[in-house]
Unconditional design. Sequence first.
Length: 256
Amino acid sequence: MKNKITPSNITKLKKNEIFVFGSNAEGNHAGGAAKLAHGRFKAKTGVARGITGQCYAIDTMSGLEVIKEQIEPFISVAKIMTDKQFLVTEIGCGIAGYTPEQIAQFFKSAKDIENISLPQSFIDVLSKPKVIKGYKVFNPDFTAKEQGFKYSENTEFIHKGKIKICASGFHFCINAADCFSYYSFDLNNIVCEVEARGLIETHNSDSKVCTDILFVGRVLTWDEVLKIANSGANNTGYANSGNSNSGNWNSGNRNS
């Protein structure tokens, strides 16, 4: 569904449109979008929340948690009043001083509702791919199983073309121990923290992830690898839930 975008400069409303603006707890509509709501669209002084005139007020001056708690009731109203188009402005991003990144997240469930329009800045935030963090093992020369790439730390890499798990794109694992199902547990290999920053596909049997945009972060020391690859302590193998194991996949202690 294509997102409906709130116009950046609203000077008049159609009969079925509702202007959604940021208020304060007293409903004193003296500045910013609130002043426009009161002066042109009949928002009532003293009404800090809900329908007022041809508007819908949300208190944005009492903290982020207060803003958050008002969004689901607003969405519920919009779902009931399907004959109205609710034009959400950049609430909280003016006098209140918040950023679109802080406010847009509260409107995640509103994104695909037909009669709610969001400002472009909120849509941009909500459309950003989710960053997934994990670990990737490299050969000693900083190459990997993906052909044609020589990697380096603290660098972003882009795959051109479609991605397919186990076939095409950059691969890594969310759980460090899973990496060693694909690479040998060899202290000469390089292990890095990585982030998927683009499209993703996941594996159905372990934590393997495929992406078209991979950020390779810092190189881990082998001591760090041993700690993150085991839930137990003092292991020299990997995937051990017990302690002081020299083998792999042990649930007890002192196994070799």
